[in-house]
Design a protein around this ligand. Structure first.
Ligand SMILES: Cc1ncc(COP(=O)(O)O)c(C=O)c1O
Length: 361
């Protein structure tokens, strides 16, 4: 048996073991081609099936109909920070953004290079420790779009509601919570996510786009940046990142096999309850900075009584086979990332480890 650790890395992060095994089994001779998936053409029938299956599965799991397109592009989620205003931020309009820290701050900064930004809400003054409440999110009703970051990987906050935007298109960076729970995806005009947390490996970004938003794209932008290029060519205008897309397909199949988003949500709820339960049981020892209504199910952040103890916990956890518990360097502390592929057993084991650490320290 190959050694595997409990991997709590924030991204790239743990993948389902079944997916890795399938990948390994298929590697040398994919679908009887005598080649690996990496060595066949992105225009071959074998790859075509992988590509279209991944798209169909994503739509099925999200409950979306044919008014939505699923795109696969390179460049990471960060590239979308610029592509969104380049495509949708017309002169005379504003791009509305909710600032919930690091990644949304970066998205805002990038949009300011292309047009006018309206700050629709922010938790900056409180160290990004909460998600603004629905009534605190305000924007003009002719805004080009409202952009939110549904899960804030570094600050450990997550939206537990979908903002109502009327006729203003809602755009979301779902990089770190996509397909982790049930949500009405049809409320969004565009969703994007770097694959490397809940969808697969790094190297591909999945975009889900309502077709009608394509009609509003600014003309005259470079071909590869114009979403219409990828939408009309089924993400095969140029060489697609075939291996990452193949692995995304395997992950989507795994989600379906587990029982779809309702089953995934049940497991994710149990996982986060175990860890937050422990934190809440000992408020004199653990300090959770995030407001309770905004707590992330994916990235659980907390502090110990001192930085020395935090370093000690991280070191002892690593030796014990619990990897990736160090909070982001910008915030410090402990971060337990419980993405879809982390098992319930993993959450139980890490909670037990943290509980024993508290007893001994
Ligand atoms: C919420 C969120 N958005 C965007 C990014 C940036 O993604 P990428 O590295 O794919 O550009 C990250 C990376 O961790 C993230 O967590």
């Amino acid at each position: 048996m190959t050694k595997r650790v409990y991997n709590f890395n924030p991204g790239p992060s743990t993948l389902p073991l079944d997916v890795l095994k399938k990948l390994q089994a298929d590697l040398l001779n994919f679908e009887n081609t005598g080649m690996s998936i990496m060595e066949i053409s992105h225009r071959s029938p074998e790859y075509d099936k992988v590509h279209n299956d991944a798209i169909a599965l994503a739509k099925e799991l999200m409950g979306l109909d044919d008014t939505y397109k699923v795109l696969f592009v390179g460049g990471g989620a960060s590239t979308q920070f610029a592509y969104i205003p380049m495509n949708f931020l017309h002169k005379g309009k504003v791009g509305a953004y909710v600032d919930t820290g690091t990644w949304s701050t970066k998205a805002i900064k990038e949009a300011q290079n292309f047009g006018e930004v309206h700050l629709a809400g922010s938790s900056k003054d409180d160290g990004f420790t909460f998600i603004p409440r629905p009534e605190e999110i305000q924007f003009p009703n002719d805004a080009a779009y409202l952009h939110i970051t549904t899960n804030n990987t570094i600050k450990g906050t997550q939206y537990h509601f979908v903002p109502e935007t009327g006729t203003v298109p809602l755009i979301a960076d779902m990089s770190s919570d996509i397909l982790s729970h049930q949500i009405d995806f049809s409320k969004f005009s565009m969703i994007y996510a770097g694959a490397q947390k809940n969808l697969g490996p790094s190297g591909v970004t999945m975009i889900v786009m309502k077709e009608n938003i394509l009609d509003t794209i600014v003309d005259g932008i470079p071909t590869m940046i114009d979403y219409r290029t990828h939408a009309t060519k089924n993400s095969l205008f140029n060489t697609a990142p075939t291996l990452p897309i193949y692995i995304v397909k395997l992950v989507l199949e795994w989600i379906k096999d587990v029982g779809g988003l309702s089953a995934v949500e049940t497991i994710n709820r149990a996982k986060k309850d175990i860890v937050y339960g422990l934190i809440d049981d000992y408020p004199d020892y653990f300090r959770a900075p995030v407001r309770k209504d905004s707590r992330s199910w994916m990235n659980l952040v907390f502090r110990l009584p001192s930085e020395e103890l935090e370093q000690k916990l991280i070191a002892e956890a690593t030796s014990a086979g619990f990897i990736g518990l160090k909070g982001h360097r910008s915030v410090g502390g402990i971060r337990v990332s419980l993405y879809n592929a982390m098992t319930l057993e993993g959450a139980e084991k890490v909670a037990e480890f943290i509980m024993n650490f508290r007893k001994n320290n």
